[in-house]
Design a binder for this molecule. Structure first.
Ligand code: NAD
Length: 493
């Protein structure tokens, strides 16, 4: 695989690739080598303001706001086709930037094209109002109108996938967008800007301002002309954004952290549960919001399951993210490496048996953490309560259904849960008892784009996906029309 040199990255504002107002740049680091990949324009409030004004102009006076839906959706489909045509290059950039294995980024990027095609189809089929007839007096009907300028703030763990997940419904429903991608993974957001530029969208409909959360991100949240903020990232950041958004009465959508349980009952299909548990935590380098970071195993099969987990962990292929055989690559950044390895040390202090695979010596320049099991863990330990966001799985034994439900729910997060049992009644009972936005039964995390995606408790507010995204990206307006002469009080007559 070889692509051209990766150039420095500008901002994309009003259909132009431009330097930041301050002229400042920041360095973007390769997690595999810890060398500088390139430099990135660092946006601040002046750039955000410029981008918001461009997006506002495109919404109100550009053709986007008045364009026929069919024409708008053709642009959305064009973006999908351009992503399809560039999957290899985007996957390469994503792997260089994040350390995610190329075999996994290829699938994510293909899926990202699907996000655009899906929302073109959804808007066509499902962005529909309703009519309410009130006898012979009124007809009331609803229309779903775009909000205007929406701000999208995204994390580094699956950047292109998560950006397109927001950009597709935002644009398809007729909004204009300012995207603030994560500072640790700017490459594919820039590529998206290039593809959208190539698709010929009117100037200002889509804008990208790179930069840091506390400057560019915070300015986007504070901007009075931004109608809504869709955010994916850490729970603590989400909380700050909600507070800051309150000053300008913005709508917010929050997709936040997780500490999801996977429960293996004694009657489960052992081998499939094992495959799912291993994939669910060690794919995407463990930097996955829905990762099954807490695995609860029935005590009667605990020894056998732990032995099988150890065999798997010892054999997972750790390596260069650009090698198609690699299963686990380096973590995004040295600071994150310190956080994750700090939790592994803590696990030993808290009394876990720590069992890790081995990072080959030749990989010592990268931010590698070998797949790690925390055996003999207890749910109340910090390593079972806090999001580690790396390839680290805590294994906790349980005796009864009641006990495992209590432990699975005894955590501040509530994003996903996975249940493995062949008892159909138990499967539904436990699924319904889970305090989480999404539950998979006898399944790994296979995502149907039509479902509501999101969490409860500290994992989020609101849902993305399917027609649920319409509730966020549009304003349901009702129009009341008198069709007869209803009673109007005659004050002062
Ligand atoms: P983060 O919260 O550190 O950063 C996310 C984004 O917010 C970045 O673009 C950052 O620059 C920006 N930001 C930071 N401070 C800000 C501020 N004060 N105002 C505005 N913007 C600000 O998250 P991260 O480390 O990039 O991502 C990992 C987290 O994301 C994990 O907790 C993970 O579980 C979560 N996540 C959740 C989902 C989901 O769907 N629920 C999906 C993926 C990741």
């Amino acid at each position: 695989m070889s692509f051209n040199k990766i150039n420095d990255i500008p901002l994309y504002i009003g259909g132009e690739f431009v330097a930041s107002a301050s002229g400042e740049m920041f360095e973007n680091i390769n997690p595999f080598t810890n060398e500088v990949i390139n430099s990135v324009a660092s946006g601040n409030s002046a750039d955000i303001d410029r981008a918001v004004q461009a997006a506002k102009e495109a919404f109100h006076n550009g053709p986007w706001g008045t364009m026929k839906t069919a024409e708008r959706l053709r642009y959305i489909e064009r973006i999908a086709a351009l992503i399809d045509a560039n999957v290899e290059e985007i996957a390469y950039l994503e792997s260089v930037d994040t350390g995610l294995p190329i075999s996994q980024t290829r699938k994510m990027i293909a899926r990202s094209a699907e996000n655009f095609r899906f929302y073109a189809a959804m808007v066509r089929a499902r962005l529909v109002g309703e009519a309410y007839q009130q006898d012979d007096e009124f007809i009331n009907y609803t229309v779903y109108q775009p909000l205007g300028v929406v701000g999208l703030i995204t994390p580094w763990n699956a950047p292109f996938m998560l950006e397109t997940w927001k950009v597709a419904p935002a644009l398809a429903t007729g909004n204009t967008v300012v995207l603030k991608p994560a500072e640790l993974s700017p490459l594919t957001a820039h590529k998206l800007a290039q593809l959208i530029d190539e698709a010929g969208l009117p100037k200002g409909v889509f804008n990208v301002v790179h930069g840091f959360g506390e400057t560019a991100g915070a300015a986007l949240v504070a901007h009075p002309d931004v109608a809504a903020i869709s955010f994916t990232g850490e729970t603590t950041t989400g909380s700050i954004i909600m507070k800051n958004a309150a000053d300008t009465m913005k709508r917010t959508s929050m997709e936040l952290g997780g500490k999801s349980p996977l429960i293996v009952f004694d009657d489960a299909d052992f081998d499939r549960a094992l495959d799912a548990a291993v994939w669910g935590i060690f794919s995407f380098n463990g930097e996955r919001c829905t990762a099954n970071s807490r695995v609860f195993v029935h005590r009667s099969i605990q020894q056998r399951f732990e032995k099988a987990l150890k065999e798997r962990v010892a054999n997972i292929r750790i390596g260069d993210p650009l090698d198609a055989r690699t299963q686990v690559g380096p973590l995004i950044h040295q600071d994150h490496w310190k956080k994750v390895t700090g939790y592994i040390s803590l696990a030993a202090e808290e009394g876990c048996e720590v069992y890790s695979g081995r990072v080959p010596d030749e990989l010592n320049r990268g931010n590698f953490v070998a797949p790690t099991l925390l055996l003999g863990a207890k749910n109340e330990m910090r390593v079972c309560q806090e999001e580690i966001f790396g390839p680290v799985m805590a294994v906790i034994a349980f005796d009864s259904e009641e006990e495992v439900i209590r432990m699975a729910n005894d955590v501040k997060y509530g994003l996903a849960a996975y249940i493995w049992t062949n008892d159909v009644k138990k499967a539904h009972r436990v699924a319904q008892a889970m305090e989480s936005g999404m539950v998979w039964v006898n399944a790994q995390n296979v995502r149907d784009l039509r479902i509501p995606f999101g969490g409860m408790k500290a994992s989020g507010i609101g849902r993305e996906g399917g027609h649920y995204a319409f509730e966020f990206y549009t304003e349901p307006k009702v129009i009341h029309v008198a069709i007869g002469d209803h009673h109007i009080p005659q004050f002062g007559k």
